[in-house]
Design a protein. Sequence first.
Length: 323
Amino acid sequence: MGIEGSQNGLRETLRAGIAMHWLRPEVGLALSAFHYFGRDPGELCGEVSLDMACGDGTSTFFRAGGRFDFGFDVYQMGTLDNVTYKEVTRENVDVFDHFDGSCEAPSIKALPRYTISYGMDHKESLLKKAACLGLYDTVKVADLNVPIPLKEESVDLCYCNSVYWGRDPEASIRDMWRLTKPRGYVVLEVVTDEKPKQSFLKRFPQFGPEWARILDRGRVDNNPGLKSRHGWEAIFKKIGATLVEVNNIFPNMLYQVYNVGLRPMFPVLRKMAGSMTEHKVMEVKHEMVELFTDLFLPLLGEALERPDEKGPQIRLQYILKKA
């Protein structure tokens, strides 16, 4: 593919990610980074596959090449719209932990390249959204903090992009390993203990904890299982895993943009969008998506051209194989 073709493909991927999350456009940047810097877990799918802690499934859907029509966004399937930014900040409210019961199959522009046998998460409302995507054969309530309800050595691929959300990541990884067949794979996307060092309170202590809490909105509190790169790899060694590949899927330059983002403004922006006509929402969305695509595209392109950028490694993808 020529340079122009590569740039067009990059722009379209980024634009699609931002369109899904247009009120939090930095999430679209993150999805695009994971897509380009990581390996698609679907390449390792066998007969039986599991997406553990899948949430609403849209992240894996995007990673698998699925694309929605421009008019779709992740907020249409249900968010808590009657909370204030102060409630979200002080109580760590998950505004996406809501399902309004009116979900129909979203308008899909491109189907994912594969389907996944099981999508599991501890939040039933998110699983109801995931079931609308046609990505999972079965969705099931399951918690990272307790044994996964599948038989030993029954899964060819176990994928989890949020094991660090659990209280005991080592126990969760051991349980996923228990499920995995010989010659099967476990693909983990983890966050390292470099993340808290990037918190606004650590970087700007002079402004105080309340100021930092508005910007952080519980991100550090909700990740109890962070470990150093050495700490993660020590777990893999303990369970006897063969480390096939490790990828830095969120280069520092991109993470710093994501770290600021529009996260504190989301409850207010969501209320504003909810008060507008559908025509006006689409008009504003087009402008927002094009604006942030233009802003983020050079950053993503630069990161791809200089993949060995120095700096903290915050989000890593590990591909592990069982003998």
